[in-house]
Design a protein around this ligand. Sequence first.
Ligand SMILES: C[S@@+](CC[C@H](N)C(=O)[O-])C[C@H]1O[C@@H](n2cnc3c(N)ncnc32)[C@H](O)[C@@H]1O
Length: 510
Amino acid sequence: MARKRSTSKPTTAKRASAPTVRRTIKPSTLLDTRIVYSGDCLDQLAKLPDGCVDLIYIDPPFNSNRNYEVFWGETKEKRAFEDRHASTAAYIDYMRPRCVELSRVLKKTGSFYYHCDWHASHYVKVMLDQIFGENSFQNEIIWKRTGAHNDPRRYGANVDSIFFYTGGGSHTWNPIYVPHNDKYIARFRNVDPDGRRWTDDNLTAKGLSGGGYDYEYKGCRSLWRCPIETMRRLDAEDKLHFTGKGGIRIKRYLDENKGVPLQALWDDISPINSQAHEALGYPTQKPLALLDRIIKASSNPNDIVLDGFCGCGTALVAAQNLDRQWIGIDISPTACRVMAKRLQDVCKIREDEDLWRSGRGFVVRGLPWTEENLRKLPPFEFENWAVISLGGIPNKTQVGDMGIDGRIFPVTATPKKVGTAKGETPAFEQFLDHWYPIQVKQKNKVGRPDIDSFEAVMTREDRVKGFFVSFDYTRDALREIDAFFRKSGKVIIPLTVREILDEQIAQKLV
Ligand SMILES: C[S@@+](CC[C@H](N)C(=O)[O-])C[C@H]1O[C@@H](n2cnc3c(N)ncnc32)[C@H](O)[C@@H]1O
């Protein structure tokens, strides 16, 4: 398929002639960077100009039953997504227009990486050949995703495929070398007085096509690989090894060896385990080391890196740490909030419009935070929005949540004793035990039965305070909250979406 030239006017893009007041160097006057867009990448990409991005990495939801497309646990949205991609053909139909847009925004000198697995990889390759052109295909990288996979009655499927295409011009390429194996290193068994380890290598051209240089050097006549001037220079630099048998060989030093050029089989990057420092708890999160490698190989500082399905933002964090410019897109508002927090925590850059305008910081655009849009959000996303807005932590699973959608750990809840004397609960656990439940209902009016069941949760969990979020409450519901307080001394705070949007909740949270 031919590359489409955009006819749409870039709305977020700036015109080249527009005056710029930014203080820092911008990679392109046509494009704003350090932005996370919330929305379908198909729509967001349509707003970008042609040929503006240096490197694209995508890791879209697979056509798999492993439920990659949502962040947390079992939800109705996940099942809906599975149904939509019920067949590989439907998955490819979904991805094709998005990949066409990605190919349009890629520079001729740019590179494109598509991360997938065996479920659809063969179909993805055919689609990408059609979009980018077979000649633009560079590699299929095989990444060993897990140590071992116990797949009954077949070989363990423990690898992912990452297809690497380029934009059709002379693409950016920074070769990466990895250390030789121990067996190879053991060959450097000779040691110079200064401690440098070396092995020797052939200097004769015997058996090589293309001839050589026939001369005698220090009593040894042969057909040599180098002219006599080079031989003399090597000798002066003490790089010749005169063998006992009258032969001459060249010394190869271990410390001059760059290593092995990286091959297409990557088995040296471990998956993220739950204990890893970078782990955020999402099943789809990719290791930073993987993105570091791709970004280093296929871009230079200040180049623009784009991830159209950026999940919890691994590519953006790697790009920021490597001094690249970046653009992230994700359809899930929750993902966008999570990656904003990760960028702030890990990269120490602030989400701040003014800072961003002055060339630092970053911004998140397109979050559907109006009452009208929030009503339309899938329930899972709505719950996450509400819990995160209150500064709480959403439940990872929707099944078995026992009526709690999230928890607030109040800052005032520092444990009294920090010591861990015998029989004392450790400080961290004391802290973890101090929380307030959050219940979220995406309803126009929450009634008394909803409050009754939240009261049961608070009694069961022995909590003194809890938060309820909804669009509104019936009079009966509010009366019941009052009665519950008088009866039990426990406080339920009913919050409306409007109050949260208007940021009127701070006092109620104390
Ligand atoms: C496998 S995850 C990406 C994980 C990411 N590589 C990381 O390390 O965190 C796929 C992401 O694609 C997002 N997504 C699905 N369809 C999308 C679309 N049409 N446009 C943008 N994002 C989409 C999902 O919300 C999900 O966060």
